[in-house]
Design a protein around this ligand. Structure first.
Ligand SMILES: [Zn+2]
Length: 304
């Protein structure tokens, strides 16, 4: 696997982990037009190459389009950026009939590092009709902030895509050049980190669930065994952590969502966008339709 950094000190964070550009942008600029990439079912939509082929439904009908669900919809994974102001995000939400939740990364290399930074972030957004969230990347992030201030956030969303390396540093498995030598060894390590995130981090939403790095993405149904998905669902349920259905990565799949719904878990939709893709859903609506999600299945963070 490609290391994100050669830094071995836990106090140093890799320059490549500078999230001034997003995962989506990284992938887009790296791979647009790549034939290998186009074969990955869950990336086909994200890069605008083509719409995913709609399969025949059980009764043989081809759905002409995916319907927006009847329940209120929100995109709780929107990042503000030079290409997306708060006003633009709100306008897109209005046009698309979607509520907006804003997230920002805390921690070294990111804009929010102190209580003062966090307070400024919350106060700046509070006057707008949005939910206010945080998307930590590194475990233990919450120690840098006071509990009272963290409680002012509407929600915290975290993924398990930045794996700690035993020798120090981090491995960002969303990066396109991630190499997986041994998929079973990778899955063991990945599951360990997922367990850590779901059992120790103060979070409300588990983002990018079941995402696999590009080289093994096509083995999704083989590597996500019932045992592994069942474990994730049990852990999320134990702490009432909601599951993000991720528009850019097309995860988790229908099987996982159905299994999680049956276990009583709740869901959110997220675009992980920093541009006009905010509030634009296709995969999420498709999954809502296929898995018969209702208002009762959706997690809605309380506005504080
Ligand atoms: Zn994000």
């Amino acid at each position: 696997m490609t290391p994100v950094t050669d830094a071995h000190s836990p106090d140093r964070y890799p320059s490549q982990m500078d999230h001034t550009y997003s995962r989506r942008n990284f992938l887009q600029t790296s791979l647009i037009g790549s034939a290998a990439f186009a074969q990955l079912p869950y990336f086909s939509r994200a890069f605008g190459a083509r719409k995913p082929a709609l399969s025949l439904s059980k009764d043989g009908e081809v759905p002409s389009s995916v319907q927006k669900p009847a329940f209120p919809v929100a995109d709780y994974h929107v990042h503000l950026s030079p290409t997306l102001s708060i006003d633009q995000a709100l306008q897109l939400g209005k046009e698309r009939g979607v509520q907006i939740g804003i997230v920002e990364h805390p921690g070294p290399g990111y804009p929010i590092n102190t209580d003062a930074d966090l307070k400024q972030y919350i106060d700046g957004l509070r006057k707008h009709p949005v939910r206010i969230g945080l998307q930590p990347v590194y475990p233990g992030w919450s120690k840098a902030f006071s509990k009272a201030l963290l409680d002012e956030l509407d929600y915290v969303l975290m993924d398990a895509l930045t794996l700690p390396r035993p020798e120090g540093g981090w491995l960002a498995i969303w990066q396109i050049d991630t190499i997986v030598d041994d998929e079973e060894a990778f899955m063991t390590r990945y599951m360990q980190f997922i367990e850590q995130v779901l059992t120790t981090e103060p979070i409300d939403i588990f983002a990018w669930p079941t995402f696999l790095p590009v080289p093994i993405a096509r083995q999704y149904s083989q590597l996500w065994t019932r045992q592994r998905t069942g474990r994730i669902i049990d852990l999320a349920k134990a702490r009432k952590i909601a599951i993000e259905i991720n528009e850019v990565a097309h995860v988790p799949d229908e099987t996982f969502i159905t299994q999680a719904k049956r276990a009583g878990l709740k869901f959110t939709f997220g675009t992980d966008s920093r541009n006009q893709n905010a509030a634009h859903f296709y995969y999420c609506y498709q999954m809502a339709q296929k898995c018969r999600l209702t208002k009762a299945d959706m997690f809605v963070p309380t506005r504080k």
